[in-house]
Design a protein around this ligand. Structure first.
Ligand SMILES: NC(=O)c1ccc[n+]([C@@H]2O[C@H](COP(=O)([O-])OP(=O)(O)OC[C@H]3O[C@@H](n4cnc5c(N)ncnc54)[C@H](OP(=O)(O)O)[C@@H]3O)[C@@H](O)[C@H]2O)c1
Length: 234
């Protein structure tokens, strides 16, 4: 069945791969992010693109309103937008801590706030939140990133318990090819993350396929947790 699927952070990496994968599977995708020129590369018959900054509730609401205006409903929201400027806590990169909280946690909450009333009124829907292996374990330089990803799992579990007609899925990728380590953070920490990714990373399409698996289950089957990592990742 063709669904209306919204994907945040769709201008690169996992979000772009997910938008393409779901559109190829016949779903109607609305893809959002801040970089308009990168989003434009995604535009094809089954994918509409819309500017989006998940740190702004107004922007997320406008994104959802645009999808409803075009398709009349929202069946699935994939809260994928995220940032990972790694650094040791002692560096006190407080602006980057706040940015991770704003995008990775507040952005997910904004997504939930924008679609939950609609999905409850529809009598159904599906929210897919992208956490991380770092939402299951903590490593040096990733304390705040991990905190946001642990929090995404906590919010997802609460959302699931409170809504018996809305499916909630957490997808936790391991090292995956993307642009995640290209921005911000302490140079040594980001270089270490890039080196590990170059050794190990699986393609973004692997995560897109996991999301597609959860989306395509029947409405009474809720896939709650998927951890998808490279076989060689310890
Ligand atoms: N790659 C990995 O190894 C890995 C592992 C575990 C979890 N993850 C998670 O996977 C998700 C996707 O990341 P990725 O690996 O695909 O990295 P990526 O290529 O850097 O993609 C991140 C996406 O988030 C968007 N974004 C950032 N800030 C935003 C904002 N304020 N509003 C809207 N969109 C925003 C970016 O678009 P704009 O900059 O154009 O807005 C981009 O499209 C993230 O939640 C990340 O934490 C990735």
């Amino acid at each position: 069945m063709s669904k209306v699927v919204l994907v945040t952070g769709a201008s690169s990496g996992i979000g772009a791969a997910t938008a393409r994968h779901l559109a190829a599977a016949g779903h109607r995708v609305v893809a959002g992010a801040r970089r308009a020129e990168r989003l434009a590369e995604l535009a094809e018959p089954f994918i509409d693109v819309h500017p989006l900054d998940v740190t702004s509730l107004d922007s997320v609401r406008a994104f959802v309103d645009a999808a409803v205006g075009r398709h009349g409903r929202v069946d699935v929201l994939v809260n994928n937008a995220g940032v990972m400027p790694l650094s040791p806590l002692a560096d006190l990169r407080v602006d980057e801590w706040n940015q991770m909280i704003d995008v990775n946690l507040r952005g997910v909450l904004h997504g939930i706030a924008a679609v939950l009333p609609l999905m409850r009124a529809q009598g159904g829907g599906h929210i897919v939140n992208v956490s991380s292996v770092s939402g299951h374990r903590v490593d040096p330089t990733a304390a705040v990133y991990s905190a946001t990803k642990f929090a995404v799992r906590a919010v997802s579990e609460g959302l699931r318990q409170e809504n018996t007609d809305i499916r909630v899925t957490v997808v936790s990728p391991g090292f995956t090819e993307s642009e995640l380590s290209d921005r911000g953070g302490a140079a040594a920490a980001q270089a270490a993350a890039r080196a590990a990714a170059e050794q190990l990373a699986i393609p973004a399409s692997a995560i897109a396929e996991a999301i597609g698996f959860a989306v395509d289950q029947p409405s009474n089957v809720d896939v709650n947790e998927l951890v998808v990592r490279p076989t060689a990742q310890t």
